[in-house]
Design a protein around this ligand. Structure first.
Ligand SMILES: [Zn+2]
Length: 317
């Protein structure tokens, strides 16, 4: 019986304690509600102090949460790492694309990049329509384009000889350009297009005999350095042949038409006025060079030279 009494007393005690706890616990929620209410009214004045202890209590959990947070980033990180790794992969692609646009220039550069300034550099891709040939950059020894054809346009001579030839792409662009000029009432004629290394050598040597090498170099290309050897360049005049490849061609209606429209057909005035320090040649309004419509348009629009387009080292002499 005493056991039963003990059990009953214990039972009552448990209930009493439970009630006490319940009573003790219930006020705090009501207090927090009040605080919440006062916090709602008093804005942040009361709320922060209350929030601070909670915050300070939470920090103990925060470290626990921080590792989780750190773990979470790791998970996202691993997920993001794939993305970043995918992003870098995506980045090089855009970088490669612009590079590809500027590659033609770079193509020429690396080939002789090891050489010092002023040294002869050899174009790495002589068959590219964007190849740069000037007093610094030369074509590989004995280079001859494989796709030379006779463009169907009038020349100042009738023979089917070397200097009437151009590379296929340039030739068809030239035919379109001559047709375009004709429809504008401008009658053009070819003066001289392709020139082999052998021909250029003969020409240059004759100039050297006549004027000496220093002077010859100012107006004639050293063999291997002539743009005419690419099969992409041509000297143009009016069909009357007046001022053919002479400075008096400048200012003629044919020269003005070329300056205004050549780019539409993929040609550039290769040696513009006032750019001698960059191209190495005096103004030659008659000498056009095929580079393709995109680059030609860009060069014409920006009023720059092929050297500037490729950001190449200026050619002085
Ligand atoms: Zn020329």
């Amino acid at each position: 019986m005493s056991r039963t009494a003990k059990v009953i007393i214990l039972f009552i005690a448990v209930i009493a304690v439970g009630w006490g706890i319940g009573k003790y616990t219930s006020p705090s929620p009501s207090a927090s509600q009040e605080e919440g209410a006062s916090a709602g009214t008093g804005d942040g004045v009361l709320a922060p102090p209350v929030a601070d202890p909670e915050a300070s209590a939470e920090p103990s959990a925060v470290p626990v949460a921080t590792p989780q947070a750190t773990a979470a980033p790791q998970q996202t990180g691993s997920g993001t790492e794939d993305e970043p790794s995918a992003a870098p992969t995506a980045k090089p692609e855009p970088t490669e694309k612009p590079a590809a646009t500027s590659r033609p220039a770079a193509t020429a550069k690396p080939s002789g990049g090891s050489g010092s300034e002023g040294a002869e550099l050899t174009a790495a891709e002589p068959d590219s329509v964007t190849v740069m040939v000037n007093k610094q950059y030369k074509l590989p020894d004995g280079y001859k384009p494989a796709d030379l054809v006779y463009p169907e346009v009038p020349f100042l001579f009738s023979e089917k000889i070397e200097k009437r030839m151009m590379r296929k792409t340039a030739a068809s662009a030239l035919e379109k350009m001559f047709a375009g000029a004709k429809s504008d009432g401008i009658h053009l004629a070819g003066v001289s297009a392709y020139r082999s290394e052998k021909t250029q050598t003969t020409l240059f040597n004759n100039y050297v005999k006549r004027d000496g090498e220093d002077k010859a170099r100012t107006y004639s290309a050293v063999p291997g350095h002539s743009e005419h050897q690419t099969g992409l360049a041509i000297d143009i005049s009016g069909s009357d042949g007046k001022c053919a490849a002479e400075s008096c061609f400048g200012g003629t209606k044919e020269a003005e038409w070329l300056a205004a429209h050549a780019a539409e057909y993929g040609f550039i005035i290769r040696y513009p006025e006032g750019k001698q320090a960059i191209t190495g040649y005096k103004y030659e309004p008659w000498h056009v060079r095929y580079v393709g419509q995109e680059i030609a348009g860009d060069i014409a629009e920006r009023g720059i030279t092929l050297e500037e387009y490729y950001d190449a080292v200026p050619v002085s002499n």
